[in-house]
Design a protein around this ligand. Structure first.
Ligand code: LIP
Length: 257
């Protein structure tokens, strides 16, 4: 099913951009392809699992409540990195996560452009195109490639956090490099495969992170799915050092969590 969704996204990626709409703000984009992919995934999964529930980015934009209950729930972001998709930057992820009793059980992040399929199931490890992946062993910020990302929320608090944290991590601590790939899921699976050492972003939603969080969790990282913040790193000492260098933003949890 994710395969079919991938074909849909790849076909659209090869055509000129059309039908871009904005949602909560001018920096929050959606396309016909986002909606079509979400519909395809929900239709297909409901057929196989009629009792299961769904949290989908575009369904929530259409007015559905974010409700994570004990029921098996598929958490879907049809295209994580919609702005990349709109600008034809090939860093996007079709994200499908499964939570049962509010615990993540499985996750898939598929980049249909690069044909990289990241997957994990609880207790079975994390994989890319079938091969095991692992987080990096980097301990110190001065040896790390760090992703700090700002999303669609550009409040003064958010901007201040981003700029202060950038100065502190990249300037004061002299991290090896700064990157930002424009998709929470891609940032996270890159931590999972050890290409980058750490990633921080505030203001995310559960659909941005659920599938990739499962992949990271398989590397032993605890995760608050509804917390709207990601701070992940290959090692606990890097996470600790980074956390003390960041200007944090307090986020309210999502839904009733
Ligand atoms: C996007 C994220 C991106 C983040 C944006 C947004 P979308 O998701 O993956 O990294 O910075 O705030 O949430 O809207 O492309 O699915």
């Amino acid at each position: 099913m994710v395969d079919r969704a991938g074909t849909l996204v790849r076909d659209a990626f090869e055509q000129p951009t059309s039908n871009v709409e904005t949602k909560s703000s001018n920096t929050d984009l959606v396309t016909e392809t986002d909606k079509a992919v979400e519909e395809l995934l929900i239709r297909g999964l409901s057929k196989e699992f009629p009792d299961h529930k769904f949290i989908g980015e575009e369904s929530v934009s259409g007015g559905q409540k974010v409700e994570l209950t004990d029921a098996p729930t598929w958490i879907i972001d049809p295209i994580d990195g919609t702005t990349n998709f709109v600008h034809r930057i090939p860093l996007i992820g079709i994200c499908v996560g499964l939570a049962i009793k509010k615990q993540l059980r499985a996750g898939i992040v598929y980049n249909p452009i690069t044909r990289e399929l990241f997957s994990a199931q609880k207790g079975k490890g994390a994989f890319k195109n079938g091969f095991p992946i692992h987080v990096s062993k980097t301990e110190a910020c001065s040896n790390a490639v760090v992703v700090t990302q700002i999303g669609s929320i550009r409040t003064p608090e958010m901007m201040n956090s981003f700029v202060q944290s950038f100065n502190s991590v990249i300037g004061d601590k002299q991290a090896h490099a700064h990157r930002a790939f424009g998709s929470a899921a891609i940032n996270m699976v890159y931590v999972a495969q050890g290409s980058i050492d750490a990633y921080v972003e505030y203001g995310l939603h559960c659909w941005d992170i659920a599938a990739a969080a499962m992949i990271l969790k398989e590397a032993g990282k605890p995760f608050n799915l509804m917390g709207r913040t990601v701070l992940c790193a290959g090692t606990p000492s890097l996470a600790k050092e980074l956390s003390s260098a960041l200007t944090h933003v307090e986020m309210e949890t999502e839904g009733d969590a």
